[in-house]
Design a protein around this ligand. Structure first.
Ligand code: NAD
Length: 277
């Protein structure tokens, strides 16, 4: 018996890292997976490379290896119609939809007063509007199926606190908390729960890159990951630079499972104490 037996879960940004980890962890507990990702770099994101179609296929392979069913679609969460179609197709192929995880996101960095408008706009379009599109498509389908359901939006420690040189990321990650709270009220009559998850640094491509090491060690010309460890750790209370994707997946698993059946409208930290510092 798994905690997600007979459930179908749709995850955006599922090609790699946290999205892949969520797909695999929920599949381990019996879920079938609709895995969506844009599978390319975005215009303003120059700190790290984008995911690829091969990455998305690797997620699917890992889910299949667990004996679960999986469908994949290359889709941009900014494209509401395409997202509607992909999610509906996935739900039709797998027979239902129970959980939607709005995990797709980007990170870019600039001092606020120098930030190009295009950088601001792409962040808001992906990390905020994309989360709304994802929740909207999912809630429509879950309402149609009539079995209730659960929506998780992946926010961040930057959904609780200001992150310097990332006003756009901070604004979007705060905004999804409001989005989730209001949606939780609207979706509740259909027994659909809506919550946000707030990880601290997670060991993924988004932060494990030279540009981020430079951010923590502006005093060095070419800082290594090792050089940046104290900087990463400085935001946490527990003495560690980052958590692993699986730490976020385990919290997600609880939040979408029946064990959390009366939990809705919360902003749940998985943050090594970041929010109390
Ligand atoms: N890594 C961290 O330290 C950290 C901390 C807190 C929150 N987060 C959040 O966790 C989530 C996952 O990030 P990650 O760390 O796994 O980084 P990642 O870059 O490996 O994963 C993000 C995924 O989203 C996909 N994506 C980006 N834009 C998309 C779009 N428009 N449409 C569809 N897919 C798109 C990417 O292709 C990628 O596969 C993000 O929302 C991020 O903001 C990350």
């Amino acid at each position: 018996m798994g905690r997600m037996d007979n459930r179908v879960v749709c995850i955006t940004g599922a090609a790699r890292n946290q999205g892949r980890s969520h797909a695999v962890r929920l599949a381990e507990e019996g879920a079938d997976i609709i895995a969506l990702d844009i599978c390319r770099s975005l215009t303003t994101v120059d700190m790290y490379p984008g995911a690829t179609a091969a990455d998305l296929e690797e997620t699917a392979r890992q889910v299949r290896e667990l004996g679960r069913r999986v469908v994949t679609h290359v889709v941009d969460v900014r494209d509401a119609d395409a997202l509607d179609t992909a999610m509906a197709q996935g739900a039709a192929d797998l027979g239902r939809l129970d959980v939607v995880v709005a995990n797709a996101g980007i990170f870019t960095r600039s001092a606020a007063i120098d930030m190009p408008v295009a950088m601001w706009q792409e962040m808001i379009d992906v990390n905020l509007t994309g989360a709304w599109h994802t929740a909207r498509s999912g809630i429509r389908l879950m309402r149609e199926h009539g079995n209730g359901g659960s929506v998780i939006i992946i926010s961040s420690g930057a959904g609780f606190k200001g992150a310097a040189n990332a006003i756009h990321y901070t604004a979007a990650k705060h905004a999804v908390v409001g989005l989730a709270r209001a949606l939780a009220i609207e979706a509740a009559p259909d027994d659909i729960r809506v919550n946000t998850l707030h990880p601290t640094n997670v060991a993924t491509t988004m932060i494990q890159n030279d540009a981020t090491y430079q951010m923590f060690r502006p005093d060095l010309e070419n800082p290594s990951m090792q050089d940046a460890l104290d900087g990463f750790a400085s935001i946490n209370v527990l003495p560690l630079p980052w958590i692993e994707p699986r730490d976020v997946s385990n919290a997600l698993l609880w939040l979408v499972s029946d064990e959390a059946r009366y939990v809705t409208g919360i902003a749940m930290p998985v943050d090594a104490g970041l929010s109390v510092k």
